[in-house]
Ligand binder design. Structure first.
Ligand SMILES: [Zn+2]
Ligand SMILES: [Zn+2]
Length: 329
């Protein structure tokens, strides 16, 4: 018992190793840019001032969004989704999944839950003893159900979901800008040193590695950012991209896509002046989301492609009707 508790604690400490590596690389890049490059190698005072100002703007925005993504805890479903003590007792007394189903069905009818398991069952979390709201998933690392879970990021040791997805997108954007600024400003000096084969001092080696590491991160971040911009525009999470969500009528990959502008507003909010800053401005409660076939702008012909019996401007898939109820992990 004591041994397993110790092992769990050690594993929790190990999760912080990637975060420590990221912080150390950032601290080194800050030192390498400001001291060896700007302070020692640059000769023009104007260049020094301009480069340092631009660099610090990027650095502050990057660090701010990094910290907010890292420190914002994932949000979990509210108490309505939790089984009450009487329901829990009743649930435990029942035998077999099919026998358990009426209880879950009855509770889920009071909630706005549209997603189902692949078998058409109500999605239930055994660990947290709750009915999972739409787009909610259980994270085995955080050991909790996370609202609109995107993925668990080992580099941040945090779940990316409803509470911090905007911060994560800004973190990707500002870290890319940070790397691109370093590459753009250091490359001329790097080429000069490279052609003259002048990497003979520690200062110049810092510049060499700073250019190479920043270029490498810029390429990786570019792919990651464009992937998440596509997910944002189509209102998908990484988990939904990997595994299509199921509804009463079957799978629907575009179910939450309500148009690019509305999709963007869901994550960044209505107030555009807050968009560039890592402050929470996302819309909704993270537990219920407008569905594509609920929007009047979508015609039945659009939805028929997804296999839904959609009617324009109406909510299809009446919950609880001919639903197979089982329990998923
Ligand atoms: Zn859970
Ligand atoms: Zn997690």
């Amino acid at each position: 018992m004591l041994l397993s508790a110790c092992l769990r604690r050690c594993a929790r400490l190990l999760y912080w190793i990637p975060v420590t590596i990221v912080i150390m690389v950032v601290m080194w890049s800050y030192y390498a840019y400001v001291v060896p490059f700007c302070w020692i190698l640059l000769s023009s005072s104007t260049q020094k001032v301009v480069f340092l100002c631009l660099f610090h703007v990027c650095f502050v925005m990057f660090s701010w969004s990094f910290w907010k993504t890292l420190s914002t805890p994932p949000s979990s479903p509210s108490v309505e989704f939790q089984l009450s003590s009487s329901d829990s007792l009743l649930y435990e007394q029942e035998r077999g999944d099919m026998e358990k189903s009426p209880i879950l069905l009855e509770i889920s009818q009071k909630l706005s839950v549209h997603t189902r398991t692949a078998a058409g069952a109500i999605r239930f979390c055994h660990h947290c003893q709750l009915i999972k709201p739409d787009r909610c998933h259980h994270c085995s690392v955080c050991q909790m159900c996370v609202l609109k879970m995107d993925h668990h990021c080992p580099w941040l040791n945090n779940c990316i979901g409803f509470s911090n997805y905007k911060f994560f997108l800004l973190f990707l954007l500002y870290s890319l800008l940070y790397c691109l600024l370093i590459v753009a400003t250091v490359t001329p000096t790097f080429i000069q040193l490279w052609l003259g084969k002048q990497f003979d001092s520690c200062v110049k080696l810092h510049v060499l590695f700073l250019t190479l590491v920043s270029a490498m991160f810029a390429v990786t971040l570019c792919f990651l950012l464009f992937f998440h911009i596509w997910l944002l525009a189509s209102n998908k999470t990484t988990l939904e991209w990997l595994s299509v969500p199921f509804f009463v009528d079957g799978p629907a990959s575009e179910a939450f896509d309500v148009g690019v502008r509305a999709n963007l507003s869901q994550v960044f909010g209505k107030n555009k002046s807050l968009w560039p800053f890592p402050v929470f401005s996302s819309q909704g409660d993270g537990q219920s989301f407008p569905l594509r076939w609920q929007m009047s702008s979508y015609s039945p012909s659009v939805m028929n492609g997804n296999g839904h019996r959609a009617m324009e401007g109406s909510v299809v898939s009446p919950e609880g009707v001919s639903v197979t109820i089982a329990v998923d992990d």
